[in-house]
Design a binder for this molecule. Structure first.
Ligand code: OAD
Length: 236
């Protein structure tokens, strides 16, 4: 196998499952008992902002109470020790909107679907670190208008920092996908972009993802076990 220097890791809801945060497509296509189009689209927000704020306020409270698990901690360790040994780069891209990677110590982290801990002003475009609620229509600290929305990328909106992600993908020797069903694009297409540049592709997931056939290797199991074991292998 060619020497691995640059690693791009994509994570999804499965990595936070063992921290007690529910995944999206667990059973019946409902998400915490809501239809995705009601709580994860700009149209849903325009129709019923109170419902959407209540939904994300509850998610924010839940995420802040959760703790990073062994998988989050292992990825932070990989980033740290890979850099210390000057072996190359580790780019961590997450579809998750919780802050568990950050609290586990990951630094070069890209939240491509936004963050619960951020509020975005529809009036002046400012973004603010946000730990409180939005349902009570607080004033934007920058412009004073009550126009804050969750800083979450909804269906029909453009994910964040895509140019950076594709630049890192072009340089990647190894692409690792963890805890994601591969149902939502553009993230679901990263594996093929990685293959095109000749990167090795590894999937760590509870079950085979929708794009499983594109990976060179799939390891099935719980992220809390698979990820620390894989990190140990990389650093060993
Ligand atoms: P999904 O809920 O679609 O998929 C979670 C995946 O994690 C599934 O394949 C599970 O089998 C796997 N899984 C569950 N528990 C696990 C565990 N303990 N260890 C390892 N794997 C486990 O979540 P995502 O793929 O992240 O978008 O969903 C992608 C996007 O769809 C989300 O970011 C969200 C959603 O709509 C936005 O909010 C914009």
């Amino acid at each position: 196998m060619a020497q691995i220097r640059n690693i791009l890791i994509l994570t999804g809801a499965g990595i936070s499952a063992e921290s007690g945060i529910r995944t999206f497509r667990a059973s019946d296509g409902l998400w915490e008992d809501h239809r995705i189009e009601d709580v994860a689209t700009p149209e849903g927000f325009a129709r019923d902002p109170v419902l959407v704020h209540r939904f994300y306020d509850a998610r924010r409270t839940g995420a802040l109470a959760a703790q990073p698990n062994a998988a989050h901690l292992a990825l932070a360790r990989l980033e740290r020790e890979w850099a210390q040994a000057a072996r190359g780069s580790v780019t961590l891209v997450t579809q998750n909107v919780d802050d568990l990677h950050g609290r586990a110590g990951s630094k070069g982290l890209i939240h491509m679907h936004g963050e619960l801990a951020s509020a975005w002003c529809a009036a002046c475009d400012a973004r603010h670190r946000w730990m409180g609620t939005l349902i009570d229509a607080p004033a934007c600290p920058a412009c004073g208008k009550a126009a804050l929305r969750p800083d979450i990328v909804w269906f029909g909106e453009m994910p964040y920092r895509m140019e950076e992600i594709y630049a890192a993908l072009r340089e990647a020797d190894l692409f690792v996908s963890i805890g994601t069903s591969g149902a939502v694009y553009p993230a679901a297409g990263f594996v093929r972009a990685a293959r095109e540049v000749g990167a090795r592709c590894l999937e760590l997931n509870l079950e085979r993802s929708e794009g499983s056939r594109w990976f060179h290797e799939t390891r099935l199991g719980m992220a809390g076990q698979l990820v620390p074991a894989w990190v140990e292998e990389m650093l060993g």
